[in-house]
Design a protein around this ligand. Structure first.
Ligand code: PLP
Length: 413
C-alpha cells in the first residue's frame, strides 16, 4: 500500500476541475470529427467567430514594444507605484469611492481572492458566496482550511436575494469573529447577472447592521473580473458609489484582473484594492497583503504592469483599447441575443442574463443533461445548480439550436 508523503492538511487533495474535464472531452471530439462539427461552450476566454483566441490588438502592440528590461526585471513586491495608481483608475473609472483606498498587485484575480481569504478570515471560518459561483472559490477556501457556504442568489422574481444573504451573514456572525462575503459582479460568472447600485447599498447597510449588532466586522469582497465586458464603462462602475464613506465596521476589497480586460489570461496580473473609511485599515491592508505576496509568489509580472500603465497614461491608446473591448462585448452580446431569444421561444428556463462571458440554465442533474448534449457534439459545463454556457467561446454561427437541444435534454433527464 502506498504510504503518502503528504502532510495531513494536503493528503487527499486533487483538483478535479469540471471545466477542464468538459473542455478535454470537446477537444477529443474535435480531433476525431473536426472542430467545425463540435460546439465547445466550456472555455472562459474570448474566441472570435473563427474560433481564434482573441488578443486585443492595442494590448498586443504595447506589450510587444516594451523594452526587454521592462519584461525581465523584477517588480516591487506590492507592484510598481504607477501600476498601483493606474489600476485604480482602470477599476473605478469616474466612480472612485470616497474613503481611503490602497492597492496591491496580485497574480490575476485568483491571487487577490487567495490573499483576502488568508488575511481576513480565521482558520475554520466559513466564507459566503452565491449558490451560483465560480468553483475556484471553494478550492481556495478548502486549501486554506476555510469552508464555503452559499445563499440563494436570486429571488423567485429574479432579483438579488438580500434576505437569503442576510440570514447566512447573521447565522455565521453568531459563531465567527468576522464575516467575509464574496460577490462576483458585474457580469457574474456563471450567469451574467449584475447587482444594481441599490442592491450594493443594501448589502453594505445589511453588513453594517449585522456587524454593529454583534460588535464584529464584515469584509465585502467584490470580484470584478468581468467588469470590462459588462456594459457602458461609466454606467457599470456606478455600483462602486455604494462604497462611498463606508461604515467603520465594513471593509470592501475590489478585485481587478487583467485576464479578461486585457486578454492577458496567462500573464497573471491583477490587483486587490481596499476601500475603507479608516486610514489605518488601508495601511494595514497594504502591509499584510504585501507580506503574503512575499510569502507566496514574491513579485508579479512587470511587463503586464507596464502594459496597463502605458495604456492608462495615453488617451489615444486607451480609446483604442476601449473600442476593441466594445467590439468583443458586442460580439458576445450578439451570441447572447440569439440564445436568449431561442430560450424564450422554446420555454427554456434561464437565470436573467445582463452581460458577460457566460449564461446559465438552472436544472437538477446537470451532468446528465450535459452528457445527453454530447450526442449532438455540444459541450457545456455541468455545475451544482445547473448548466453553464460560455458565450465568449462559441462562434455566432454555432449558437442557433443550442437552446432547443438543451431544453430537450432537460426534459429527458
Ligand atoms: N473571478 C471569476 C469569477 C473568474 O471567473 C475568474 C476567471 O476565470 C477570475 C476571478 C480571475 O481569474 P484570473 O486569476 O485568471 O485573473
Amino acid at each position: 500500500m502506498y504510504n503518502s508523503f503528504a502532510a495531513p492538511q494536503a493528503k487527499g487533495k486533487a483538483a478535479n476541475d469540471i471545466i477542464f474535464a468538459a473542455n478535454a472531452l470537446a477537444v477529443a471530439d474535435a480531433a476525431a470529427i473536426g472542430a467545425e462539427n463540435v460546439t465547445n461552450g466550456t472555455i472562459g476566454a474570448i474566441l472570435d467567430d473563427d474560433s481564434k483566441l482573441v488578443c486585443l490588438p492595442t494590448v498586443e502592440a504595447v506589450y510587444r514594444n516594451l523594452p526587454i528590461n521592462e519584461v525581465i526585471a523584477y517588480a516591487p513586491i506590492a507592484g510598481t507605484p504607477d501600476f498601483l495608481e493606474k489600476v485604480q483608475v482602470a477599476t473605478f473609472g469616474k466612480s472612485r469611492p470616497n474613503g481611503f483606498t490602497s492597492a496591491v498587485a496580485t497574480t490575476g484575480g485568483t491571487g487577490g481572492i487567495h490573499h483576502a481569504i488568508w488575511n481576513y478570515t480565521e482558520a475554520g471560518d466559513t466564507v459566503i458566496t452565491a449558490d451560483w459561483y465560480w468553483g475556484a472559490y471553494k478550492v481556495l477556501c478548502l486549501d486554506m482550511g476555510r469552508k464555503l457556504d452559499t445563499y440563494k442568489m436570486l429571488t423567485d422574481g429574479g432579483t438579488f436575494n438580500l434576505p437569503a444573504l442576510t440570514e447566512k451573514v447573521n447565522a455565521l456572525l453568531a459563531k465567527q469573529n468576522s464575516i467575509m462575503v464574496i460577490i462576483n459582479t458585474p457580469a457574474h460568472n456563471p450567469t451574467g447577472y449584475s447587482l444594481t447600485t441599490e442592491d450594493m447599498e443594501q448589502v453594505v447597510a445589511m453588513l453594517n447592521k449585522a456587524a454593529e449588532e454583534t460588535g464584529k466586522q464584515a469584509i465585502l469582497f467584490l470580484d470584478a473580473a468581468y467588469i470590462d465586458y459588462a456594459g457602458e464603462k461609466d454606467a457599470v462602475r456606478e455600483v462602486f458609489k455604494a462604497l462611498d464613506n463606508l461604515p467603520e465596521r465594513v471593509l470592501a476589497i475590489v478585485q481587478y484582473s487583467m485576464s479578461k480586460g486585457f486578454t492577458m489570461y496567462g500573464q497573471r496580473l491583477g490587483a486587490m484594492i481596499c476601500v475603507t473609511s479608516s486610514e489605518a485599515a488601508a495601511k494595514e491592508f497594504f502591509e499584510i497583503n504585501q507580506y503574503t505576496s512575499r510569502a507566496t509568489w514574491s513579485n508579479n509580472n512587470r511587463a503586464a504592469m507596464r502594459t496597463l500603465v502605458q495604456i492608462y497614461s495615453d488617451d489615444a491608446l486607451l480609446t483604442a483599447v476601449e473600442a476593441e473591448r466594445d467590439h468583443y462585448y458586442k460580439m458576445i452580446k450578439a451570441r447572447a441575443d440569439i440564445f436568449v431569444e431561442e430560450a424564450k421561444a422554446c420555454g427554456l428556463p434561464m437565470i436573467p442574463y445582463i452581460a458577460g462571458f457566460f449564461l446559465s440554465v438552472p436544472c437538477a442533474n446537470s451532468q446528465a443533461v450535459c452528457d445527453i448534449l454530447h450526442k449532438d457534439h455540444i459541450y457545456l459545463v455541468p455545475l451544482a445548480a445547473g448548466v453553464r454556457i460560455a458565450l465568449c467561446s462559441i462562434p455566432l454561427q454555432k449558437i442557433p439550436g443550442i437552446a432547443a437541444k438543451l431544453n430537450d435534454a432537460l426534459k429527458a433527464v
